[in-house]
Design a protein around this ligand. Structure first.
Ligand code: DQA
Length: 147
């Protein structure tokens, strides 16, 4: 079973984008480190600037039956996309919400996540390590139907 690492808008710009907030690593660097840190796992990495593409990827992952969970950094969609929230609710695979920055220590509009309630949990503020912690969280979860 694979883990899907899903990134939303603007995360393709990591490395160049506000490095004082998001660090100097590119998304490629982060993904490579994940693969190296968890050699026993298989990953699929997907990034898109489009809300609908994120939803479609969630649904196709669910339908394929080959993912044990999703580590999701939805970028700004986190704060306003009810469509994304509904899509997460609609799938049964666990989704862990991650953020590089601590969204609760930033601007007012970032302190609200409309997806947290339907995610398995939230990891925010640990830079690239948020993704690693997200993977660990998924590994610690009991798969659906096996309680
Ligand atoms: C982010 C935080 C969001 O508020 C922002 O829109 C992003 C990145 C993070 O990883 O810290 O694009 O999700």
């Amino acid at each position: 079973m694979s883990i899907l690492v899903l990134n939303g808008p603007n995360l393709s710009r990591l490395g160049k984008r506000e490095p004082e907030v998001y660090g100097h690593q590119t998304l490629g660097d982060i993904n490579r480190e994940l693969t190296e840190s968890f050699p026993q796992l298989s990953f699929e990495f997907f990034q898109t600037e489009y809300e609908g593409a994120l939803l479609e990827k969630l649904f196709s992952s669910e339908d394929s039956g080959s993912f044990r969970g999703v580590v999701l950094n939805a970028g700004a969609l986190t704060h306003y996309s009810i469509a994304l929230r509904d899509a997460i609710s609609a799938v049964t695979i666990p989704v862990v919400e991650v953020h590089l920055s601590n969204i609760y220590a930033r601007e007012e509009f970032r302190r609200r996540s409309v997806i947290s309630e339907v995610c398995a949990g939230v990891i925010s503020g640990f830079g690239a390590n948020s993704y690693h912690l997200g993977v660990r969280a998924l590994l610690g979860m009991v798969p659906n139907g096996q309680q």
